[in-house]
Ligand binder design. Structure first.
Ligand SMILES: [Zn+2]
Length: 312
């Protein structure tokens, strides 16, 4: 079997990420030459800030610029022992839900706009817990269709504004040498309970919950966890379902807008998996340039709408 000779280095702690030559942030991933397990060169790689920076210098460009002809496939047998999926003890999830279930900052933010009973329900439905890591932080658990817990994502919000504190982010995972964390869409555990519903995918977990609270449509809302959070493995879990993607807005000067990126994914992955994946362009059509500048998403539109009703 032939394999690509070059691959982006897998994340293995901060020593595997470098300062980007373009934007300076420590989000740069270098390509590795699998023939000798060495970096191709210090500037050959991709910045993870795909939307804001977009730096990507491929091995092919590197060798072309040196007018070197090299084989892009390797005949070397690359040992790849597939690792098992790692799981987290479900008691950890249960404890996080029932210890102090209504004290997270995110809960209090939601309670400003919705009936508290409904907020409580949506937190239970999505199995969202609370963490003391930074006092009243939120844990978004990723639970698969077999109700097994894959991972937990701790994030902190401002209870007044609902904005995220981007520095406060932590993964709860249970990886070992032979196992690895395999993410699923946030909310995946719900889809079999709503078999005749369409599936709507947004980026943020908070937005998925807001959509569930706000809309009456027969849609079950899932979150990808980020612009890059849509991939073939995760979409496979949704086989046989009608899927609609709701991308966030991107700034006008972004290198790679969320809408374009998700549209390409809907087309290519939809074809490959023989799935019906649509993309919703409501935000693209009904947003002004300041909405785009602020990279608003469907959740922000919902809050704005409720604020308008409350003040009128
Ligand atoms: Zn960069």
């Amino acid at each position: 079997m032939t394999n690509f000779r070059f691959s982006l280095q897998k994340y293995n702690g901060s020593k595997t990420r470098f300062h980007c030559l373009n934007c300076g942030k420590k989000e740069f991933v270098k390509y590795i030459d699998l023939e000798n397990n060495e970096y191709v060169d210090d500037y050959v790689g991709r910045c993870n800030r795909i939307e804001h920076c977009g730096y990507h210098f491929k091995p092919k460009q590197f060798f072309e610029s040196k007018r070197e002809q090299i084989p892009y496939f390797t005949s070397k047998v690359i040992k790849q022992i597939p690792k098992e999926t790692s799981y987290i003890d479900e008691n950890q999830l249960l404890e996080s839900m029932y210890s102090d279930c209504n004290s997270s900052n995110l809960y209090r933010f939601f309670a400003k706009y919705f009936e508290e009973e409904d907020v409580k329900k949506v937190f239970r439905k999505y199995l969202v817990g609370v963490s003391n890591k930074w006092g009243n932080a939120t844990i978004f658990w990723q639970v698969d269709q077999q109700m097994k817990v894959r991972a937990g994502k701790i994030m902190q919000y401002n209870s007044e504004t609902g904005n995220r504190d981007k520095k406060k982010f932590f993964w709860i995972k249970n990886q070992s040498e032979n196992t690895e964390m395999r993410q699923v869409f946030f909310g995946l555990h719900l889809i079999n309970y709503f078999k005749n519903y369409k599936i709507g995918i947004v980026e943020s977990e908070k937005t998925a919950m807001l959509c569930d609270l706000f809309f009456d449509e027969k849609i079950i809302w899932l979150a990808s966890g980020g612009m890059e959070g849509i991939n073939e493995t995760k979409l496979k879990d949704l086989e046989g379902r009608e899927v609609i993607l709701f991308p966030d807005l991107s700034t006008n000067n972004s290198k790679n807008s969320a809408y374009k990126s998700w549209k390409t994914k809907a087309e290519t992955l939809g074809k490959r998996l023989i799935m019906n994946i649509k993309i919703n362009n409501y935000l693209e059509l009904f947003s002004c340039s300041s909405d785009k500048e602020n990279q608003l998403d469907l959740g922000d539109f919902i809050i704005n709408q409720i604020q308008n009703i409350q003040t009128n």
